[in-house]
Design a protein. Structure first.
Length: 267
């Protein structure tokens, strides 16, 4: 089905929220691809292993046999949680995470781009001076997550300039850009989207406001006490649902396109 990447602020919580709000029938897997280290295994109270390092080590061992990775190899490191979330964990420590992500960018990405599942990749914050991570170049959709600072309009304005710099670089890629803004203070999402699109000279496919909702964030981070039904009615999932529906529809349309082409002209 392909890769949807999330880059910027609070990407782990946003990725989990998107997966929880995903309404399509296709399989969704959250991938921790943040070099600063993974946290989902701890959040979801699952074993610390397997991780991306497990995949990389397994691929290194099989290379002597001339084998190439498959979706079955990727599935072997997917965690299942009590909440129903399926995810691939990055190592908790940043050095190991960065190393395994670098190696997985070579061996795993070709599998993910043609996988039967939709992969929501949590890339974390990127630094324009360090270049573009390979997984962003492989993504069909890129969700740029920006969290506002309501306490200081001045600080919020400075962060907008950094957002423009990041989006300007991402605009060089083929993936469709989506802006997700956490909070509606001090700036409106349409105001931010217009500013970013104009100053970064890019086209944004969508712009969404994500509610500031500490309760839902805690639940998605593994806290108990809220049923799945109530969680779906809380502000975070209700606000992110339109983006989840948009991405799911775009992913489904792209996955069906080759089939339609292959069937064209047959009798």
């Amino acid at each position: 089905m392909g890769i949807v990447t999330l880059v910027g602020d609070a990407t782990t919580t946003t990725a989990v929220a998107l997966a929880s709000a995903w309404s399509a029938d296709d399989e969704v897997v959250v991938l921790e691809f943040d070099p600063s280290g993974g946290s989902l295994a701890a959040w979801m109270d699952t074993p610390a292993v397997p991780t991306l390092s497990t995949f990389v080590a397994g691929r290194s061992a099989s290379m002597t046999d001339g084998g190439s990775p498959s979706w079955r190899d990727v599935e072997s490191i997917v965690h299942g949680s009590s909440s129903g979330l399926r995810f691939i964990a990055a190592p908790a420590r940043s050095r190991e995470a960065a190393r395994s992500i670098g190696e997985a960018s070579i061996s795993m990405l070709p599998v993910l781009t043609s996988s039967p599942a939709t992969v929501l990749a949590d890339v974390g914050r990127t630094r324009p001076a360090e270049g573009i991570p390979a997984i962003l170049a492989s993504a069909a959709d890129i969700v740029v997550v920006h969290r506002q600072d309501p306490a200081s309009p001045g600080a919020a304005s400075v962060r907008l300039e950094r957002l423009v710099e990041s989006v300007e670089q991402l605009g060089l890629l083929d993936g469709q850009l989506h802006l997700a803004v956490i909070g509606d203070d001090p700036f409106d999402v349409d105001e931010i989207a217009t500013y970013v699109a104009t100053h970064a000279s890019v086209t944004l496919e969508s712009a969404t406001t994500i509610a500031v909702d500490p309760l839902s964030a805690m639940v998605l981070a593994g806290r108990s006490g809220v049923s799945a039904k109530r969680l779906s009615r809380l502000p975070l999932l209700r606000s992110i649902a339109p983006l989840a529906d948009l991405l799911a529809a775009a992913t489904a349309l792209r996955s069906e396109a080759p089939r339609s082409f292959e069937g064209a002209g047959t009798t």
